[in-house]
Design a protein around this ligand. Structure first.
Ligand code: BGC
Length: 327
């Protein structure tokens, strides 16, 4: 397996070195590039200008300051005037895992770049810089300072289970794509409640939780419910899912995500694992249903034509490459 993974430039060690850090591609979905970059949308500004979930009755509109492509990296000089935004919900939260703001309260000290009693503040991209008492986004400028909707300064960790099977016809034969002549994979996909985009059913790693537990918990919460199953079959299926999730995954990615909630001081990082049932034995047989943050959940064909949330299309492309499937 190691050979297969290295062929596709996938590394299984946990932290990336400085060299890889410099290779983080520039972000688009958390930045206002200043021009109408998505030709399919009838807008005169960048489609990512508006900070996610603002412009509603509860949350006044927040527009990101323009950061052109060649001004993203902190190493380029730029007459930069970002907007400050942390949502009221985050600011007034008293939850233990929501940070207090060290810029406004000098008594707050946070152990940056460390595993802070079960809340992992380390980045997959090595040590991040602390500027003005808060972390600096390792990918560069986003047009917004503060935390937006994110609870932590620095990295906010998520985990993404990519559950796949082969697409099969009525005779159980694997379906080939008419153009590429490659077999078609299907993955468990959700429709997100917040942005109404298709996505992998991932979620945030909770305090003191292991990534492997988050993968299972999120998959259960967002995609599984068993309306027509008796208790015995349900328990049997759950035990199989647990076993596959604990023993059968391939790590596809870990690191920075081009997430629309990122700011100059807070950003999303994820660990994505692929759990593949190639012979229709266990995961492939699951009937998925939406729950929690998902409006709906379903098996969806893998292919470059489906627009997806954040960087999820890149993860799925790697999965297609590994299984020599259609993309
Ligand atoms: C989502 C994950 C996603 C992560 C980073 C989480 O809220 O549930 O699927 O990868 O954010 O964008």
């Amino acid at each position: 397996m190691g050979q297969v993974l290295s062929r596709f430039n996938i590394h299984l060690h946990t932290r990336m070195n400085q060299y890889e850090n410099n290779l983080i591609p520039i972000h688009y979905k958390c930045r206002n590039c200043g021009i109408p970059c998505d030709k399919s949308k009838s807008t005169t500004t960048c489609v990512n200008a508006k900070y996610t979930r603002t412009g509603t009755k509860e949350q006044p509109l927040v527009n990101r300051t323009v950061v052109p492509d060649n001004k993203v990296r902190w190493s380029t000089s730029y007459d930069y005037h970002p907007v400050e935004f942390t949502s009221e919900k985050v600011k007034s939260s008293t939850k233990e895992y929501v940070d207090r703001d060290p810029r406004f309260d000098l008594s707050v000290t946070i152990p940056w770049n460390q595993d802070d009693r079960g809340c992992d503040r380390r980045s997959y991209h090595g040590m991040y810089k602390i500027v003005g008492r808060v972390p600096q986004n390792p990918c560069g400028r986003t047009g917004i300072t503060g935390r937006g909707h994110l609870g932590h300064f620095g990295p906010n960790h998520a985990a993404d289970p990519i559950v796949t099977r082969w697409k099969r016809d009525a005779n159980n034969q694997i379906v080939m794509h008419p153009t590429t002549q490659k077999p078609i994979l299907q993955f468990v996909c959700i429709l997100r409640k917040d942005t109404r985009e298709y996505a992998i059913p991932g979620g945030m790693v909770e305090k003191k939780e292991k990534v492997t537990d988050t993968l299972q918990r999120e998959f259960h919460e967002e995609t599984l419910n068993f309306p027509d199953m008796n208790e015995r079959d349900k328990q049997r299926l759950l035990a199989t899912i647990k076993d596959v999730f604990e023993n059968g995954g391939i790590r596809i990615y870990c690191g920075y995500v081009d997430d629309p909630r990122n700011t100059d001081n807070s950003w999303m990082e994820t660990t994505a694992y692929n759990f593949h049932d190639g012979s229709n034995e266990h995961l492939a047989l699951i009937n998925v249903h939406g729950g929690s943050d998902a409006l709906s959940a379903f098996w969806h064909d893998l292919g470059s034509e489906t627009p997806l949330y954040a960087s999820h299309a890149e993860f799925l492309k790697k999965v297609a490459d590994i299984h020599l499937a259609h993309w």
